[in-house]
Write a new protein. Structure first.
Length: 223
């Protein structure tokens, strides 16, 4: 499938296990079901951004934030969970994330693409990497969940400590996949519900504290 090869071109070479996952029958069926939608331009994010989260080398991952699926507004999704294109209107969830960063550290750059986080080792991973343009959760159950579970297992196998930030029920359901005692799990309410536990959760400070105690450089969440 030429479209799949084009999409995978952004994946760093340190993810061979992930590339192998795309060769399995379930994934081939998943991609075949998406190709007509890609041809119509009806998928978010665009083809060359689907796997953007995995441009981050696996050995450099220090933190993982799980989202559900991309923002469906055409042109907004960039292949990183909770992020949108710089210049796009800031979604409520992302605005609440920025407010919590500012509450923790006194300032926040509010860079919608969250590229600065990825460059520091934050893997922003959606459970479903695509959706239909204009419709949330449209590709739920097609096979993305199996694929991203495999990605989480690869991350769990990493020897260096990783902070997993699990926000909301759907993200917390992935906790059993994180069995390596070297890693840390930080749970909070989903950013969509700031007054139900996300606001004031201190998850960014907690992640940095755990990383520093493990001898790793903390993340500048204000970037």
């Amino acid at each position: 499938m030429q479209s799949l090869q084009r999409a995978l071109a952004v994946v760093d070479g340190s993810w061979p296990g992930l590339i192998a996952e795309t060769e399995k029958p379930y994934f081939q069926r998943l991609w075949a079901s998406l190709e007509p939608e890609f041809a119509r331009g009806a998928v978010a994010p665009a083809l060359d951004r689907v796997f953007s989260a995995f441009a981050l080398p696996l050995p450099e991952v220090k933190a993982v934030i799980l989202g559900q699926d991309p923002y469906p507004t055409p042109g907004n999704a960039v292949g990183r969970a909770f992020a949108v294109a710089d210049g796009a209107k800031t979604p409520n969830s992302l605005r609440n994330i920025f407010q919590e960063v500012e509450r923790c550290f006194g300032r926040c750059a509010r860079q919608n693409s969250l590229r600065g986080w990825q460059e520091q080792g934050v893997l922003l991973l959606n459970v479903c990497l695509t959706t239909r343009a204009g419709l949330s959760h449209a590709h739920k159950g097609l096979g993305w969940e199996t694929f991203t579970d495999a990605a989480l297992r690869l991350l769990d196998a990493c020897p260096a400590p990783i902070a997993f930030l699990l926000w909301g029920r759907h993200a917390r359901e992935k906790k059993p996949l994180i069995a390596n005692p070297s890693h840390f799990v930080i749970e909070a309410a989903h950013p969509s519900f700031p007054y139900q536990g996300f606001r004031g959760c201190g998850c960014f400070e907690k992640a940095n504290d755990l990383l520093e105690k493990a001898g790793l450089t903390p993340i500048d969440w204000t970037s």
